[in-house]
Design a protein around this ligand. Structure first.
Ligand code: ARG
Length: 457
């Protein structure tokens, strides 16, 4: 098969060599972007008088025909034409004749592929932002239901202090809020047109880069042609924002997995987001959460893969850069899928309110309350900490909790302790009174929810 660039060659490469260099098996994902980019380019060529009106008409009609075929999944691609750009150009020429060869006037595959990548990532990043918002709404909904549900709060995975379960869930809302901001910020660099940079140096044709950028809906243009074709920062930024998002989803996944274990039993996942075991009939496994935790590793790999591809590249385009694609496509699919699954999983999970609340009744997570109680009555906090520690030790030795200690015993430890200690020790009181800004006090959680909703509105 002759190549579109075959003029200078005396011999053709063997098929297996071509196959190694080809990218069509994955860059066909850019088919729509490639056609869109070509349509804008040819329109601009016409407006600038570089191609005649008739040529533009024929090429545009040909591109529309290819577009319709692509929409119906009727386009067939061949590795003989290496990549999506050459495949489409060849099909255009086959369809409308040699005039199709004029499409590539004043353009190179180097600015073409960069344009496709910018268009693709801009679209998919916007979809991801929408999915983040949809998941945030689910979190707000669950958090609102559970503002007054008590749950153990942990540090070092040891019971620390009781919290509002809604407060715990809202933590993920704020992580996602930062993730969203990172994707939105990255869009500024993605929303930039490299088209018209040519192979590396620009072109001798009187093109209008601002016009093709405008036709493609880009809000800015690369100022330097070498930069335009060699920049993949916007993909690195996307992979980086995705990696951090996946870190957050993975942490949440880990909690979901713990919570749904028999040991915790804080939640039960709905049947539609769980799987069974082929051998153990009693099992209900949190596979989706585990998969998301696992897929996080691949997303990190994609980030490091691209950073490593780029680190030694001289300007401008190098074929190494073809390696920017699979990791990006894979990350887009992984992030998109993970966000959809997570929203459904959290929306449909059953929260075992009673288990959560009885958990905080039978532990020492109210020990800080006793220390704070003594400090409020004038005892230096360090001393109060020590007294409380000794009361806790007494409880452990006797197999009881702080609420079970008699007033007489309390008074042996400190005469400051009075009958109101039992109210202070109640977990609900403990949560309610943590009313400092951003604290777990119910009032604060409601305030937080108000702010969250305002952000989503
Ligand atoms: N398939 C190539 C890529 O993805 C397109 C650009 C090829 N340019 C070139 N000069 N070989 O990077």
């Amino acid at each position: 098969m002759t190549k579109l660039w075959g003029g200078r060659f005396q011999q053709t490469a063997e098929q297996w060599v071509d196959a190694f260099g080809a990218s069509i098996h994955f860059d066909q994902a850019l088919v729509m972007e490639d056609i869109t980019g070509s349509l804008a380019h040819v329109q601009m060529l016409g407006e600038q008088g570089i191609l005649s009106e008739d040529e533009v008409k024929q090429i545009t009609e040909g591109l529309h025909a290819l577009q319709a075929k692509a929409e119906n999944g009727e386009l067939e691609f061949s590795i003989d034409q290496e990549d999506i750009h050459l495949n489409l150009e060849k099909q255009l020429i086959d369809l409308i004749g040699p005039v199709g060869g004029k499409l590539h006037t004043g353009r190179s595959r180097n600015d073409q592929v960069a344009t496709d990548m910018h268009l693709y990532l801009k679209k998919r990043t916007n979809e991801i932002i929408d999915l983040i918002v949809a998941f945030q709404k689910v979190l707000v909904m669950q958090a609102e239901t559970h503002v007054e549900t008590l749950a153990p709060g942990y540090t070092h995975l040891q019971r620390a202090q009781p919290v509002s379960f809604g407060h715990h869930l809202m933590t993920y809302f704020w992580m996602l809020e930062r993730d969203k901001a990172r994707f939105v910020d990255g869009l500024k660099r993605t929303d930039c047109s490299p088209l018209g940079a040519g192979a590396l140096a620009g072109t001798t044709f009187p093109i209008d880069r601002a016009r093709s950028a405008e036709l493609l809906g880009f809000s800015s243009i690369y100022e330097n042609s070498l930069d335009a074709v060699s920049d993949r920062d916007f993909i690195v930024e996307f992979l980086s924002a995705s990696s951090l998002l996946m870190t957050h989803l993975s942490r949440f996944a880990e909690e979901i997995i713990l919570w749904s274990s028999q040991e915790f039993s804080f939640i039960e996942l709905s049947d539609s987001f769980s799987t069974g075991s082929s051998i153990m009939p009693q099992k209900k496994n949190p596979d989706m959460a585990e998969l998301i935790r696992g897929k996080t590793g691949r997303v990190y790999g994609n980030l490091f893969g691209l950073l490593t591809v780029l680190k030694g590249l001289p300007l401008a385009y190098n074929k190494d850069m073809q390696e920017d694609k699979e990791g990006m496509f894979d990350t887009v699919e992984t992030v998109t899928g993970s966000l959809k699954i997570f929203a459904g999983m959290v929306e449909s999970m059953a929260v075992r309110t009673e288990t959560l609340e009885s958990a905080v009744e039978s532990d020492f997570s109210n020990a800080t309350e006793l220390a704070d109680y003594l400090a409020t009555k004038g005892m230096p906090f360090r001393e109060a900490h020590d007294v409380t520690g000794r009361v806790v030790f007494h409880c452990i030795q006797n197999g009881i909790f702080l609420k079970d200690v008699s007033l007489a015993t309390y008074q042996d430890y400190s005469s400051l302790i009075e009958d109101d200690i039992y109210t202070a020790l109640s977990p609900r009181e403990a949560v309610r009174r943590r009313n400092s800004l951003g604290g777990t006090g119910f009032e604060q959680v409601r305030l937080q929810l108000q702010k969250a909703k305002a952000l989503l509105a």
